[in-house]
Design a protein around this ligand. Sequence first.
Ligand code: 5AD
Ligand code: SF4
Length: 455
Amino acid sequence: MEKRAFIKSYGCQMNVYDATRMADQLRAEGYTIVDEADGADLVLLNTCHIREKAAEKVYSELGRLKNARGASGEPTVIGVAGCVAQAEGEEIIRRQPRVDFVVGPQSYHRLPALLAGASRGEKPVDTDFPAEDKFHHLAQPTRRAITARGVTSFLTVQEGCDKFCAFCVVPYTRGAEVSRPVAEIVDEAQRLAEAGVREVTLLGQNVNAYHGANGRGGHASLADLIGRLAEIDGLARLRFTTSHPNDMGEDLIAAHRDEAKLMPYLHLPVQAGSDTVLKAMNRKHTAADYVALIERIRAARPDLALSGDFIVGFPGESDADFEATMEIVEAVGYAAAYSFKYSTRPGTPAAGRTDQIDEAVKSERLQRLQALLADQQRAFNRACVGRRLSVLIEKKGRREGQWVGRSPYLQPVHIPADAGAIGDLVEVDITAAEGNSLFGRATGASANPSRSEAA
Ligand code: 5AD
Ligand code: SF4
């Protein structure tokens, strides 16, 4: 009888990518991937530990799944993957005995063995950091699976983090920085392109620190890797996320000037604007360093748009410190941003601090910051009206006869469907901005850089 698996992912884009790799592996094991837990023989929760709220979600979901059964009537096998699995391991089964196995992010290639152990009732827990490269051992996606996922794709090139920001669990949940070899990434990107993918976002917790083996005894930087991937016919756009300011090398800045396929959009978190807070966060740069860096990047690529991450209410953050965050946002100007209240994470250096900030103060600061960031986003979107932007057509729009695609700046752009087909890159005159979306008319010109700009 057909076995059905449902994977639910929380958290970051890397979890989304991991979920696709686990789905490919489960397909190789004979599962059909379904899009709801109801009636599934296997449910895999791919969890996130970054903030308390994200981590708690897994236990409420597990509570809901307690009595779940597959189509055969057998109890659903429940697995917990992702960063909560890594951080809490056995504790998950203690808190929710219905869980059949736990697998950390570095052990996904061991899924077949874990499923076998689970079926014997052994309740295996695997939170190792094995020496072997999981991606090398995980099943490759079929062409059909890639095509079904659409014309954009994530591709993890680097994992883990050696920076140890005082608030962050990532160095513990994802481990030390590891870069995948260039050849492996090029193979994967080529396979994606052959199946119709036009845009690839290179992922890493600290992606601009990428230094993968280049096959000639040396290492490639992220800029080198981007140069190599830009040679792949069919791939029209490249992006990367997420970066640390201190790893923004000269060659990567130059790539933003020279590489037509690299989109003029950069996610470069600063987290806070006060030097006292930045120091306490162990960010190892000042606010002025960051602003100077942004100036250099913008000098190389004047039309570059920025996005960022911010934390308010880090332990010890004074009113004046918070004002400095507002000031750096004013000084930089963001096209988009994510902002969060500081959340105490067990095991991180900042968790032990006794000068934690009151929740009400955090909420008030977050509200003010988010209002400013929303203003900037609206202003950025409005400033796009009247511009001609390239749009990668991704799917049908909400209305009949409409496509929706993305601008270079990741804004959704709605255009009449006579403009082209899914996967086409078209030039669009932007006529309106509403909410976070743009609307426009295709000019009839192809914006395909592999045929024009980047030739
Ligand atoms: N509390 C709040 N936000 C956090 N982030 C990481 N750790 C925490 C935490 N403990 C935010 C940072 C990071 C983003 C992915 O999540 O802004 O860049
Ligand atoms: Fe969450 Fe970080 Fe893990 Fe991504 S890497 S799932 S953001 S804890």
